[in-house]
Design a protein around this ligand. Structure first.
Ligand SMILES: Nc1ncnc2c1ncn2[C@@H]1O[C@H](COP(=O)(O)OS(=O)(=O)O)[C@@H](OP(=O)(O)O)[C@H]1O
Length: 574
C-alpha cells in the first residue's frame, strides 16, 4: 500500500467531478473566463489531480495568511508555499469576480476550459511580507520574488474548483503519472516503500549512486520524479532532461526504479520548497524523499551571497519530521574517489582522500566546446543525449550581419563569405541579401524609417530561427538604424552568436563606383529618401568588425570574418 496522502484523502478532483463533467462543461461556456498563464496552469494541474492535497482550489486569505506566517493551512495542515490565483484589477472587474461568483479557468495554449472556481474571497497580499517570510528575503535576485513583484497580479482570488478536464499534453504523455496513477502503479509492482528523488537537472553517475544508496538504506524502490513544469531560468530544457533520464534508467538494477514526470512550477524556495516537495511526493504515494545539499536553491542574492545555507532545507524538513508523514532521507553531496573508482557522500570521506568533481558550469563548458566528459562522471548514453542538444561550437549556428551603404561592398563580401563557408562544409549556409529579402519577405514595405525597421526585424527573426537550427546565416541589408540592428542581435543571440560587421566604405566612394547609376538616380530625385543622399545612416558604435573597401578588398574582408569566427571556435574541424 502506498503512503496515505497529505491530510488523509487524495483530492483527485478530476475523478471526484467526473460524473458532473458534462454539466460543468456546459456551465463553463456561459461563465466569464480567465485565461491562465503557464505558472497558474502548473498549479491548477496539481490541484486538479491531487498533487497538492489537501488543497481543493486556490488559497483564500485565511489559508494564505496561515501558510505565509507559519506554514499552516487554516485547518492546521502543514503547507509551506502559497498557491494563489493572482490577477490584476482590470481582469477582476471585467470578469465580475467577487465572493460567490463562478468563473471558468481556461488554458492559454488551446483555449480549453479546465475548471470552474467558486470565488471565496478577493484579497490584496502584502507581497513584501510574502517575499520575506516565504523566500527569506525581499530581493529580486530571487526568481520567485522577481515573479511576485513583476509578473503576479496585485490581487489573489481564493476559492475551491470544480474539475472539468485534465490538461492536454503532447510530450512524454505515458510518463506523466497523476498521483492516483502512480499509486496504482506502485500497487501493481508490489512496492510498499518508495524513495522519491526530485530533480531539475540531468542525472549522472553521482545521482544514480545516491538514489541507489538511499533505496538500499531504506530497503525501498526508487521514484525518479523530475520537474517538467517550470524550473529555474537557464536550466536545461525538459525535453533533453527526460531523454537523459530515459537513457539512465536501464543503469538501475532490474526494475528497481520508475520514472514519472511532475508538472510542477518550482519557486526555488529552498527550505520552504523542500517541505512542499515532500508533501507533493507523499501525495504521489512515496514513503521516503531525498533532500540533498542546497535543495531547490535559487543561487546568489543581490549581495552575492547564497540565499540559503547548504543544509537549511534539511533542517526545515527535520523540524516537521513527525507530521510530514513521509520520511526524509538527507544526503550530503556525492563525490567521486578516483583511487577506488566509487562515489561516496562527502561526510563519509576519510581525511586526505583524493576526490574529483565536475561542476554544472564546467559540464556546460565541456558540452559547448566538445571537450571530453569522462566515464567516471556520466554514462556514455547520457552524454550522447546531452551532446545532441548541446552541439559543440563547430556545429552551432551563428549570424554574420553586414551593414553599410548601398554599393559599400557588403553584398560582394556576403556572397564571397557564402562561398567560403560552403567550401568549408559542416553547416548549411543561408544568404539573406537586402534585395532578396526585399522581394521575398518584405515586398509590401517601402523605405520609411518604420518600414526599414520592420524589414530588419524580419531579417532578425529569420536569422534567429536559422541560427537555432544550426545554420550559418549571412545577412546584408543596409540596416541604417541602430535600434533595429540591436533588435536583430538580441533575437539571434537567444540561439547563437551574432557578429555585426560594419562595411564602412565612405559614401563618396560608394557613389563614385556605382556602375548601376542608383545614386545618380537618387541625386536626380528619381528615388526619394535614399540612404546617404536624403535619408540618414547611423554608423554602428559597437561593431564586431569594421571593414572599408576603399582601403581593403573583398578577399581580405572575408579573411577577417573567417578569423573572427575561427577565434570563437565556430570553424573548428573536430
Ligand atoms: N529609398 C531607398 N533607400 C535605400 N535603398 C533603396 C531605396 N529605394 C530602393 N532601394 C534599394 O533597396 C535595396 C536596399 O534595401 P534594404 O532592405 O537593404 O534597406 S533597409 O535595410 O531596409 O534600409 C537596395 O537595392 P540593391 O541596390 O539592389 O541592393 C537599394 O538600391
Amino acid at each position: 500500500m502506498a503512503n496515505p496522502p497529505h491530510g488523509g484523502v487524495l483530492k483527485d478532483l478530476i475523478a471526484r467531478d467526473a460524473p458532473r463533467r458534462k454539466e460543468l462543461a456546459v456551465e463553463a461556456e456561459k461563465l466569464p473566463a480567465i485565461v491562465l498563464n503557464e505558472r497558474q496552469l502548473c498549479d491548477l494541474e496539481l490541484i486538479l489531480n491531487g498533487g497538492f492535497s489537501p488543497l481543493e482550489g486556490f488559497m483564500n486569505q485565511k489559508d494564505y495568511d496561515g501558510v505565509v506566517d507559519n506554514n499552516r493551512l487554516a485547518d492546521g495542515n502543514l503547507f509551506s508555499i502559497p498557491i494563489c490565483l493572482d490577477l490584476d484589477k482590470a481582469t477582476i472587474d471585467e470578469s465580475g469576480i467577487k465572493p460567490g461568483a463562478r468563473v471558468t479557468l481556461r488554458d492559454f495554449r488551446d483555449d480549453r476550459n479546465l475548471a470552474i472556481i467558486t470565488v471565496d474571497d478577493v484579497y490584496q497580499p502584502d507581497k513584501h511580507k510574502e517575499a520575506k517570510e516565504v523566500f527569506g528575503a525581499d530581493d529580486e535576485a530571487h526568481p520567485a520574488v522577481k515573479y511576485l513583484h513583476h509578473t503576479a497580479g496585485e490581487y489573489y482570488v481564493g476559492g475551491k474548483v470544480d474539475a472539468i478536464d485534465r490538461l492536454m499534453h503532447y510530450d512524454y504523455v505515458a510518463l506523466r503519472y497523476s498521483p492516483a496513477e502512480l499509486r496504482l502503479h506502485f500497487d501493481k509492482l508490489g512496492w510498499s516503500r518508495v524513495v522519491a528523488f526530485q530533480t531539475r537537472n540531468p542525472m549522472h553517475r553521482a545521482h544514480r549512486e545516491l538514489t541507489v544508496r538511499a533505496a538500499r538504506a531504506r530497503q525501498a524502490n526508487v521514484l525518479i520524479h523530475p520537474v517538467v513544469g517550470l524550473t529555474k531560468p537557464g536550466d536545461i530544457d525538459h525535453f533533453t532532461r527526460v531523454r537523459v533520464y530515459q537513457a539512465l534508467l536501464p543503469r538501475y538494477p532490474n526494475g528497481m526504479a520508475v520514472l514519472g514526470l511532475l508538472p510542477l512550477a518550482m519557486r526555488m524556495g529552498g527550505p520552504r520548497e523542500a517541505i512542499w516537495h515532500a508533501i507533493i511526493r507523499k501525495n504521489h504515494g512515496a514513503t521516503h524523499f531525498i533532500v540533498g545539499r542546497d535543495h531547490a536553491g535559487p543561487g546568489k542574492n543581490s549581495q552575492g551571497q547564497d540565499f540559503y545555507g547548504p543544509y537549511d532545507a534539511q533542517d526545515a524538513v527535520e523540524k516537521y519530521r513527525d507530521e510530514l508523514g513521509i520520511e526524509v532521507v538527507p544526503f550530503q553531496q556525492m563525490t567521486y574517489l578516483p583511487d577506488t573508482d566509487e562515489y561516496k557522500p562527502k561526510d563519509e570521506l576519510e581525511k586526505g582522500i583524493r576526490t574529483s568533481d565536475i561542476s554544472g558550469t564546467e559540464l556546460r563548458s565541456r558540452l559547448r566546446t566538445g571537450r571530453e566528459i569522462p566515464e567516471w562522471f556520466s554514462y556514455p548514453e547520457v552524454v550522447r543525449v546531452l551532446r545532441e542538444s548541446h552541439p559543440p561550437r563547430n556545429k552551432q549556428g551563428f549570424t554574420v550581419f553586414l551593414t553599410g551603404y548601398q554599393n559599400s561592398g557588403k553584398d560582394a563580401i556576403a556572397r564571397a563569405l557564402n562561398v567560403t563557408l560552403n567550401q568549408q562544409g559542416g553547416r548549411s549556409v543561408s544568404l539573406l541579401l537586402g534585395e532578396t529579402v526585399r522581394s521575398e519577405l518584405s515586398s509590401e514595405l517601402g523605405f520609411s524609417k518604420d518600414d526599414r525597421n520592420k524589414n530588419i526585424m524580419r531579417i532578425g527573426f529569420v536569422a534567429s530561427e536559422l541560427t537555432r537550427a544550426g545554420a550559418a546565416v549571412i545577412a546584408a541589408p543596409i540596416a541604417p538604424f541602430e535600434s533595429s540592428r540591436r533588435y536583430a542581435r538580441e533575437t539571434v543571440e537567444k540561439f547563437g552568436s551574432f557578429y555585426l560587421v560594419h562595411v564602412s566604405t565612405p559614401l563618396e566612394y560608394c557613389e563614385k563606383t556605382d556602375r548601376r547609376g542608383i545614386y545618380a538616380k537618387a541625386r536626380r530625385g528619381e528615388i526619394k529618401g535614399f540612404t546617404g543622399v536624403d535619408d540618414p545612416y547611423e554608423a554602428p558604435t559597437k561593431a564586431d568588425l569594421v571593414v572599408n573597401l576603399e582601403q581593403s578588398n573583398v578577399r581580405t574582408a572575408v579573411h577577417q570574418i573567417v578569423l573572427l569566427l575561427e577565434a570563437e571556435g565556430l570553424l573548428d574541424q573536430l
